[in-house]
Design a protein around this ligand. Structure first.
Ligand code: ADP
Ligand code: MG
Length: 252
């Protein structure tokens, strides 16, 4: 099966001569959950953000649907981005809008600027939004404002909004880091199941190793801007964790 995403020798320097990503090469399969773990500051968010070019890569290539994302012009990038859903740690909802309106923003890449300005969406989009709200356990919440929701509910909206885009890849940057442990498990469950149901591969950054082990099909360990582990959760031994995180004392 061909990869959904092929990253080749990706490098990023925010400041010249200070590499944050030191030549990352990865292939992401068209299904399943791939978790990226690693110490804070090691480049996990930078890697995720290079894929949708919220961060500009310094060099290397990122092949998605047969095209190199690093070489797209503004218009091509806009089209590519609607195929890449993103879920954020802080949800990134429009707080004063309703849940339904937030979901529909996932369709903005598809409607004309004029209709977007009038907030006019095709009925099919609205039906899809209602179906997705049910799917993420928020049936009946369509008219509630985002700012009235709990963190877990907000992230459910975040996931539904990303899937509204009909993406071919879902990126998530620490989607549970603002949530309590029980809600984190519920959100990871939802993310995994929703992605599987819609046939979308997920690439997710997380700092919770246990959660990554529990939900990922594949774990990528990063350290110092490089991949130092890549394998199924069962192969992530304490020795490998020490390689990723360094030090000894924190492992019991
Ligand atoms: P992680 O997500 O693993 O914690 P990041 O990708 O956020 O790591 O950061 C990796 C390194 O890049 C850190 O040293 C961070 O300070 C630096 N960095 C991240 N974003 C920027 C930026 N916009 N400008 C300059 N340096 C940055
Ligand atoms: Mg980060």
């Amino acid at each position: 099966m061909s990869a959904a995403l092929q990253i080749k020798d990706l490098r990023k320097e925010y400041r010249r001569g200070v590499p944050v990503l030191q030549g990352i090469s990865l292939e992401i399969a068209p299904r399943g959950v791939t978790a990226i773990i690693g110490p804070s500051g090691t480049g996990k968010s930078t890697l995720i953000r290079c894929i949708n070019r919220l961060v500009e890569p310094t060099s290397g290539s990122i092949l998605f649907e047969g095209r190199d994302l690093t070489r797209l012009n503004a218009r091509e990038l806009r089209l590519a981005r609607r195929q890449i859903g993103m879920v954020f740690q802080e949800y990134n909802l429009v707080e004063r809008l309703t849940v339904m309106e937030n979901l529909l923003t996932g369709r903005l890449g598809y409607v004309s600027a004029f209709n977007a300005w009038l907030r006019r969406y095709p009925p099919a989009d609205i039906e899809r939004a209602f179906a997705l709200l049910d799917e993420v356990g928020l049936g009946g919440f369509a008219r509630q404002r985002a700012d009235s929701l709990s963190g877990g509910q907000r992230q459910r909206v975040g996931i539904a909004r990303a899937i509204m885009q009909e993406p071919r890849l879902l990126l998530a940057d620490e989607p549970t880091s603002s949530l309590d442990p029980k809600t984190s498990v519920e959100i990871m469950d939802l993310l995994r199941d929703a992605a599987a149901r819609h046939g979308i591969p997920v690439l997710v950054n997380m700092h919770d190793v246990d959660l990554a082990r529990r939900f990922a099909d594949r774990i990528i360990g990063m350290s110092g801007g490089q991949v130092v582990f890549d394998g199924p959760p069962a192969q992530l031994s304490d020795d490998r964790l020490r390689e990723i995180y360094g030090g000894e004392g924190w492992l019991q």
